[in-house]
Design a protein around this ligand. Structure first.
Ligand code: HEC
Length: 121
């Protein structure tokens, strides 16, 4: 009799704990970007990504810099992660991305996704 009444209760507890753990790990992967926080992090990026009409840095003879204003947020996060893990090899971007946390990447992506297509002077 004890078994019959205990088992469902234990099952519920186990399921509840399992759902908590799932929720926690889902949360860790779905970092939500905050554009206002991102705006504080992009000072270094602007010098390269926002000059000379957006597609060139201040050193057009050295870099052709992709326009990232208005770029899809997920694309930006993916690109930064690829620089960080070495799948993309541009050295400067790799060094920069390596210093960013997932949260900072999401914040920066949220900022650039809503940024206007015009270069900032
Ligand atoms: C020294 C100049 C420089 C700085 C500073 C810089 N970038 Fe870049 N970034 C580049 C160049 C050049 C590329 C293209 C590299 C390549 O060919 O892979 C690039 C590529 C990227 C890409 C991929 C764009 C695409 O269309 O595939 C993203 C996203 C990006 N940078 C974000 C950032 C962010 C965010 C910062 C600031 C935290 C930053 N960059 C700082 C020069 C720079």
């Amino acid at each position: 009799m004890a078994l019959k009444t205990l088992a469902p209760a234990m099952m519920k507890k186990v399921l509840f704990l399992a759902s908590l753990m799932l929720a926690a790990s889902a949360h860790a992967q779905n970092v939500v970007g905050n554009a206002a926080e991102g705006a504080k992090l992009v000072a270094t990026c602007q010098g390269c990504h926002n000059m000379g009409g957006g597609y060139r840095s201040s050193f057009p003879e050295i870099f052709a810099v992709p326009m990232i204003n208005g770029q899809n947020a997920q694309y930006i996060v993916d690109a930064l992660k690829e620089y960080k893990n070495g799948n993309r090899r541009f050295p400067t971007m790799r060094a920069i991305a390596a210093s960013l946390t997932d949260q900072q990447m999401a914040d920066i992506a949220a900022y650039y996704a809503t940024a206007k297509g015009q270069p900032i002077k």
